[in-house]
Design a protein around this ligand. Structure first.
Ligand code: KIV
Length: 277
């Protein structure tokens, strides 16, 4: 069996079956080494289109291409053995029609070996989610703050306050009814997230939502303290790897300038070969 044909240990039906159970642990990953670590601890590894901002320096996810998602999806696939691998459909790759979405989602699945795709949108994506899920493509939906629509929202604002709550609840019911196996709730009020979680039969995965969601997700570079461009309230930093990297690189620069590095243990002599050559 080729690497791309490998079935993840955890499948979309397994995730669906975890509704109301122990919280689903989810993180993004974009590279093989980090995917290996994330896979050891998480149920779902998402190759989010946040990769555009986190690793490529884009100002939003709008500029992320299908080829970028496929390349990072392949890298992450090599590091994931037990979690469910989900790959984001980038802006412009699915909104036009269900047929366009199928063409691009099937390419993502075939070329990365992921177990599901994620797309943004609620009621407007009903037909597309139905079309994909009836044709063998499991879909994770994403509602509330949908970052690909940042230009329409006018910023990364909290969603679901006032009358808006009703529309987001409808979005949640619609994506569940259309066949999505789970739904990400991003930056919605906790009251709304609680209500959605108790009203729909599929797992809700919160990011800036509520602790009652069926699972939680964060951008891995955010929670490791590696990404500083935005620092939303919902990000808890579990490490400060950005600061640690800065200190390490500063020490390297100092030692190179003072000729302290490389020292004898890092260079090769004419004599007998050492064990660590
Ligand atoms: O792109 C992304 O990383 C995401 C998650 C944060 C939900 O969509």
């Amino acid at each position: 069996m080729s690497a791309n044909a490998r079935i993840s240990a955890l499948t979309p039906p397994d995730v669906l079956a975890k509704k109301g159970g122990e919280p689903l642990v989810c993180l993004t990953a974009y590279t093989t080494p980090l995917a290996r670590i994330v896979d050891r601890h998480c149920d779902i590894v998402l190759v989010g289109d946040s990769v555009g901002m986190v690793l490529h320096g884009l100002r939003s996810t709008v500029g992320v291409s299908l080829d970028m998602m496929i390349m990072h999806g392949q890298a992450v696939r090599r590091g994931v053995e037990r979690a469910l691998l989900v790959v984001d459909m980038p802006f412009g790759s699915y909104e036009e029609s269900p047929e366009q979405a199928f063409r691009n989602a099937s390419r993502i699945m075939a070329e990365t070996g992921c177990g599901a795709v994620k797309l943004e949108g609620g009621e407007t994506m009903e037909k597309t989610i139905r079309f994909l899920t009836r044709r063998g493509i499991p879909v994770m939906a994403h509602i509330g703050l949908t970052p690909q629509a940042v230009n329409t929202f006018g910023g990364y604002k909290v969603q679901g306050r006032g009358d808006d709550a009703f529309h987001i609840l409808r979005d949640a019911e619609t994506v569940a009814e259309a066949g999505a196996f789970s739904v990400v709730l991003e930056k919605v009020t906790a009251t709304l997230a609680d209500r959605i979680t108790t009203s729909i039969p599929i797992p809700t995965i919160g990011i800036g939502a509520s602790r009652t969601c069926d699972g939680q997700i964060l951008v891995v570079d955010d929670m490791l303290g590696m990404f500083d461009t935005f620092r939303p309230k919902f990000v808890k930093r579990f490490a400060e790897l950005g600061e640690a990297s800065d200190a390490a690189i500063a020490a390297y620069a100092r030692e190179v300038r003072s000729r302290e590095f490389p020292s004898d243990v890092h260079i090769f002599t004419d004599g007998n070969k050492g064990k660590t050559e």
